[in-house]
Design a protein around this ligand. Structure first.
Ligand SMILES: Cc1ncc(COP(=O)(O)O)c(C=O)c1O
Length: 356
């Protein structure tokens, strides 16, 4: 087959727009051929458990799945009874971008809370953490946080621990949507377990797709007492891959060495470069009309543009409006974003802002 798209064209729409990292593609090829037992009884999935144990410690249970929505839905479902409710930020992917799957498929009520920056705090959690024992209220039995958040911000280790302690003291469990967990580790400069298992996270959706995999995420049970039934929930929710060896092989290639950190660190560095260059332009007044709506703590830059500029920029670079009412846009970098991509985009932003 000849390629149907321009192999040199990259934009800033999403870290999901990228292709597969070559080492991950090699891992799929190497795991190919002959026969292996289906549905996760293969040697690659067995090895994957060891690889996750090397990052998170013994006793962690790993359930590879197809996608992040599936990971969140079955992870949360395994944590809560049918009458349970999940406190989350209003911007959480589970609230805004999963087509209601946590509520319709898992049957769980979400209790969203507005935040300034995508991050919950104990105080914000308390807006919805009440009404236990009231038969009229869905019972708040879990908190879900996203790391890094949908607004590109990152919880510190202490912030996660404070939320975990607060939730646990009130009989609630803590779920983390880690679609961009590697970006969080890269920005915090700490091991993966420092802000997850060691900080009190019970169940983690471990992201792979945005960090170089073709597809695949993994539900990690960090506290086995907080989760039940995943063995059955994965199939029940159509997330059990028959040829699981190929999902597992990708994760092995990502996590056995430091590819996960290299990829995420690079994506973060590209966003930092973009932010720094534009911010410098604002400071020295070579750029006017641009402001930033969130700090850049991972691989996303959130900016506010004057009317018309975003549409003109999009003629050359894809990216999403975040809030059309305010002119807020999101620029995402990925493991495959190059310095040249950033330089070309900075030049285009300057040119379109100058054009007014
Ligand atoms: C925060 C977050 N969680 C989960 C996901 C995974 O979603 P999907 O079901 O598309 O893999 C995404 C993808 O955009 C995300 O940004």
């Amino acid at each position: 087959m000849t390629p149907l798209h321009d192999l040199h064209s990259r934009g800033f729409a999403s870290d999901n727009y990228s292709g597969i990292h070559p080492e991950i593609l090699d891992a799929i090829v190497e795991a190919n051929g002959a026969h292996q037992i289906a549905y996760g009884e293969d040697v690659y999935t067995a090895r994957l458990h060891e690889v996750f144990a090397s990052h998170f410690g013994e006793g962690v249970e790993a359930f590879p799945v197809f996608n992040g929505t599936g990971a969140n839905v079955i992870g949360l479902q395994s944590m809560l009874p049918r009458w349970g409710a999940v406190i989350c930020a209003s911007t959480a992917h589970i609230n805004t971008d999963e087509a209601g799957a946590p509520e319709r498929v898992a049957g769980l009520k979400l209790l969203p809370v507005s935040t300034p920056n995508g991050k919950l705090t104990p105080e914000l959690i308390d807006q919805e953490a009440w009404g236990w024992g009231d038969e009229h209220r869905a019972q708040p039995l879990a908190v879900s946080i996203t790391q890094t958040t949908e607004l590109g911000t990152a919880y510190t280790v202490d912030e996660v621990r404070a939320i975990a302690d607060h939730a646990h003291e009130r009989g609630m469990k803590l779920h983390m949507d880690g679609a961009r967990i590697s970006n969080a580790a890269a920005t915090l400069g700490v091991p993966l377990r420092a802000f997850t298992r060691d900080a009190g996270v019970d169940v983690l959706s471990f992201g792979g797709t945005k960090n170089g995999l073709m597809l695949g995420e993994c539900v990690l049970v960090l506290n086995p007492e907080a989760s039940t039934g995943l063995t059955y929930l994965r199939k029940l929710n159509m997330q059990l891959a028959s040829k699981m060896r190929f999902v597992s092989a990708q994760f092995i290639a990502l996590l056995e060495g430091d590819l996960w950190l290299q990829n995420a660190g690079h994506a973060n560095a590209m966003a930092a470069k973009l932010r720094a260059a534009l911010e410098q332009g604002v400071t020295d007044a070579s750029i006017t009309g641009l402001s930033f709506s969130q700090p850049t703590e991972s691989n996303a830059v959130f900016a506010i543009l004057p009317p018309g500029v975003a549409d003109r920029l999009r003629e050359s670079f894809r990216f999403y409006d975040w809030n059309p009412a305010t002119g807020e846009v999101r620029w995402m970098c990925g493991f495959d974003t190059t310095e040249d991509d950033i330089d070309a985009f900075i030049a285009a932003v300057k040119q379109e802002l100058a054009a007014g």
